[in-house]
Design a protein around this ligand. Sequence first.
Ligand code: N01
Length: 566
Amino acid sequence: MLHRRLGARCHLADDLKLDYKDAMSNPDAPPTSEALDLLIVGAGFSGLYMLHKARTMGLKSLVVDAAPSVGGTWYANRYPGARVDIQSLEYSFSFSEALQQEWRWTERYASQPELLRYANHVADRFGLRNGIQLNTRMTSAVFDDAAQRWQVGGVGADGTPEAWQARFLVMASGPLSSPYTPDFPDLETFSGSVLHTAAWPHEPVDFSGRRVGVVGTGSSAVQVIPQAARQAESVTVFQRTASYVVPAHNGPLDPLHEARVKADYPGFRARNRQMRTGFGSEHPTNPASALAASPEARNAAFETRWREGGFGLLGSFGDLMLDMRANALAAEFVRGKIREIVHDPATAALLSPRQAIGCKRLCVADGYYQTFNLSNVHLVDVSDQPIEAITPGGLRAGGREHAFDTLVLATGFDAVTGPMRRLDLRGRNGLRIQDKWRDGPVNYLGLTVAGFPNLFNIIGAGSTAAFTSVIVSIEHHVDWIADCIAWMDAQGHSTIEATDDAEREWVAQVNAIAAHTVFLSCNSWYLGANIPGKTRMFMPLASGFPAYAQRCAAVADQGYTGFAFG
Ligand code: N01
């Protein structure tokens, strides 16, 4: 047991120092895979930081990732126009002052290539590559009760089977990493290329002279559509549900703003961590009620936030996400913007969403509605007349044929639970995750699952991650997991497992908080409602990041209440 070797402290043990040094001398060689302390699944931001943190504690750790590169979501989602919807200075690691000072973002909202460069820089800067085995898909994990270890299986790109043993299994596989392709009849008969935004080809895609069909109008679609429209002969957008799209007002990063933030980056981060979303401290939510404001004051507040761009519109008033009447006022403001921007009234009406604003994740993109003023862009409503089938030359909806030669599927993800449900993952007594989560992804603190000892899930169901700048949540989760392991070692515990009672109470709380919001009023991936047949359960915790972090800290301070130790 590692804790016996390390005693009550988490200093580097000599034998592990040697392992680490040997590996450092050959940066291409992954560490020997036997008897790991941590097996970390995923080399995105979560996996990179978990590996770095584990190494500072002397824990022998290995990251595996199916992709040939680090970067996770920012490796896979490389469609034209892909960029983050939270400002770069706030969507970045804070754990190293040197890193946050030296890294220069070029744009207010970083593009996918820049984010991928950042992930690679982090991997190099902290010497992580020799702890990462790429081109290797983890496929199974079985908890061995006798050995109190996870027996983990995988497969290399060439089909070579892989096996590891680890005391802890850390799922850093990302909540939006299982692309969802609807079960369209005859998809395989399509004669042109089919491109999914979340599995975009690595060679450049040239839309010039092409007739492009795009299915979907969520965050990915609203970024790719304006790009495709610039090149393609025609773009036909198949819309089932209209989205609220607020402008990002992206542009070069203002050097004065960057200097101001960097002059006190730790203070900026700390203020952001006090925000419900973990970002946006420069434009905090106005606590007043939208219902109490005069129409003029209300409009002025919405207008200011619209001009600033990004998610801040939802912070114009304190009750927008809590009260459907307040929410309707913000929704109507955006519909007014759509009518102003889109010249054709029928198209503007079709682009105008009817669900509560923010109920599905708000989309942030520049130039989306303007794109529908272009003569080569067409909008087809498939809400009442769904897509019936894909044909060799396009698709059929409502009995009508629509012709195109490139099909872009911007149809999202089997979110949050998809990556784990696809595995052969078995906890104590052979409990399968698919059975455990038959009625929804129960969990404790969003980090653990009863019946699955020594398994930690970063950005899992039940945490506030989906409503935050996700890197703030990643750092929080990783730090909490690391502290927990250090505490276990100090106490001489081999295993940690959430109790059934703690899990029940936590899930009841997640549901109770959601019931006080507008989030249950529409179909979204937060609810699992975007996947036919998926159990409907609200997955994120809507309490706000500070309350969540306080609760996790209190659990730790009180000796990890809600957990059983072995
Ligand atoms: O996926 P989505 P996404 N017929 O699920 C439609 C993050 N992200 O990849 O709404 C017709 O939002 C579906 O229609 P409907 C972000 O968290 C971030 O765009 O279900 N249409 C919807 O329009 C985001 O929320 C960034 O009626 C069908 C679309 O496909 C999350 O990823 C960028 C259909 C799917 O939208 C997911 O975004 C990109 C069918 N059978 C993504 N099935 C940034 O940081 C599905 N649809 C900016």
